[in-house]
Design a protein around this ligand. Structure first.
Ligand code: PLP
Length: 428
């Protein structure tokens, strides 16, 4: 659809611009300080898990499957915690290590391990010249930061509504031995909120990498984060690998960061027999065993996958209205203007907003001036470089509904004003 501003006469455009500048001026005068920048759960969400803290007392017997949670032992995590983690992502508990409270931390550690020491006996990546990672983009900025931190070259790959462009992924992975990995958020991707199609998952499982030490970093961060009772279905990557007769290709990660408490939950990694043995040996050099009292509390609180689903329905009740507000505000404020599109996720933490080429930095800067902080334009691309300067990540969970409504109104004024200014500039 053509931009409404493009089809206006010069006089109408000038009148519209004057009107939008006046709206912006009025907003500026309000000195707002609203934040839609990061995907944090709201206070109402973290409150949902506070009862977990009441489950442990000084009297609690902290043994789990015969293992004391309050001592060393169980380097792979408590048996009940491994079983819970495995059930959540649909794998065998023997293939899971529960470790620490941050899945990003685990991803970092496995990149560091591969870089310094090598994957399963292969040469360390740091001895193999310039190695590369594929980054479906826009994507999760902190993934890209991990690989960039080690000097690994981040290569953007286009995203489609079904997941990464698999022709491009296969071409790069199967021909270039310097490509050592790919970042994936397969369910309710950050920031689009899309779920990889069955065909995409099968094509991942069927990859024949040129590098024997290539691994898919399958970050299933939003595995249970449905907004509606019927959520998106993600094909199980390990089932797809078994179907394809493949192994040693995927590290899958997840955590309870956005189930219970970010930073104070439990995180885990699942992989093939050989990979999990390699990961175990790496972790064994790092610590005697993971922190297990939090694991114990999580199992006491969540119990099993059904318990997790019930808990996540409470989260959904809190954040679904926020996502629906984003949809309603954008539909009312922007749908007929032909200047923007956005995604309509059914889960996860984000909506991806797409403005005209060359608009995102200006929209984010103007919104900031008007009192609304957004994720930096370009932040969702490797090296902060969005080649079209058009993507803006909307994170609706943290503000209250009232704050979000205000922030979205400001955002919409910023979008319209930037687009009208761009049209005016194009004509002069
Ligand atoms: N992975 C993705 C895709 C995320 O969006 C986030 C947080 O926003 C994380 C991982 C962080 O998870 P954790 O707190 O378990 O490190």
């Amino acid at each position: 659809m053509a931009s409404v501003y493009h089809s206006m006469s010069d006089a109408d455009l000038d009148q519209e611009l004057a009107q939008l500048e006046a709206e912006a001026e009025a907003l500026r005068a309000r000195n707002l300080a609203l934040d839609m920048a990061r995907g944090k759960p709201s206070r109402e969400q973290t409150d949902l898990s506070k009862p977990m803290l009441d489950l442990l007392t000084g009297e609690t017997d902290l043994t789990d499957g015969g293992i004391p949670a309050d001592n060393y032992f169980a380097p792979d995590g408590l048996p009940s915690a491994r079983a819970l983690a495995a059930e959540i992502i649909g794998v065998d508990a023997a293939h899971v290590i529960v470790n620490g409270s941050s899945s990003l931390n685990l991803m970092h550690d496995l990149v560091a391990h591969a870089y310094a020491l090598g994957v399963c006996g292969h040469d360390p990546w740091c001895t193999q010249g310039q190695v590369k990672f594929l980054c479906p983009a826009p994507g999760y900025d902190r993934h890209f930061t991990v690989t960039a931190h080690y000097g690994i070259e981040n290569i953007p790959v286009a995203m489609t509504p079904d997941g990464p462009d698999m022709d491009e992924v296969a071409r790069l992975v199967e021909t270039d031995p310097q490509v050592k990995g790919i970042w994936c958020v397969p369910k309710y991707s950050n920031p689009q909120g899309c779920t990889y199609s069955d065909e995409t998952v099968r094509r991942f499982a069927a990859l024949k990498p040129a590098a024997p030490d290539f691994r898919i970093f399958w970050d299933n961060a939003y595995a249970v984060h449905d907004l509606y009772d019927t959520g998106d279905e993600l094909l199980n990557i390990f089932d797809a690998l078994a179907e394809a007769g493949a192994a040693d290709l995927v590290y899958e990660f997840a955590s309870t960061a956005k189930v219970t408490f970010p930073g104070s939950g439990m995180a885990w990694v699942a992989a093939s027999d050989a990979d999990i043995a390699d990961i175990r040996s790496h972790f064994a050099a790092m610590r005697v065993c993971p922190e297990k009292i939090s694991q114990f509390a999580h199992v006491a609180f969540l119990r099993d996958a059904a318990g997790v689903r019930a808990h996540m329905r409470k989260h959904a009740a809190v954040i679904r209205p926020r996502f629906e507000l984003v949809e309603r505000k954008f539909a009312e404020g922007l749908a007929d203007l032909g200047i923007a599109t956005w995604t309509h996720p059914r889960g996860g933490y984000f909506v991806l907003f797409n403005g005209p080429h060359g608009s995102a930095k200006a929209i984010v800067a103007l919104a900031k001036e008007l009192g609304v902080t957004l994720t930096g334009a370009g932040a969702t691309w490797p090296y902060g470089n969005d080649p079209c300067d058009s993507d803006i990540r909307i994170a609706p969970t943290f503000p209250t509904l009232e704050e979000l409504a205000e922030a979205l109104d400001v955002f919409i004024v910023a979008v319209k004003l930037v687009c009208a200014r761009m049209e005016r500039a194009a004509r002069s």
